[in-house]
Design a protein. Structure first.
Length: 81
């Protein structure tokens, strides 16, 4: 939901300008950066929540899987150099 709101910012600004309805937050670069950060963090937390759902799934197992992928990516980058 938050990602969809962020993706519609240009359309909301256009509508807001058409109706002459100011909204200071949508013009503030710092606020927009914070919103973008919050969108990214929320997506990662939702992905983690989905990974943790299911029988016999623990946070430790998900963490080990993530560490394996990070290590594999690091190894792949060092091999390609």
């Amino acid at each position: 939901m938050l990602g969809r709101f962020y993706s519609l910012l240009p359309e909301m600004n256009e509508f807001r300008n058409l109706k002459k309805c100011p909204l200071i937050e949508l013009e503030d670069e710092n606020w927009l950066c914070d919103l973008g950060f919050m969108v990214d963090i929320t997506k990662h937390l939702n992905d983690l929540k989905v990974q943790l759902q299911g029988p016999d799934t623990t946070a430790f197992a998900v963490f080990q899987d993530q560490i394996f992928h990070v290590n594999a990516e690091s190894l792949g980058k060092s091999v390609h150099r």
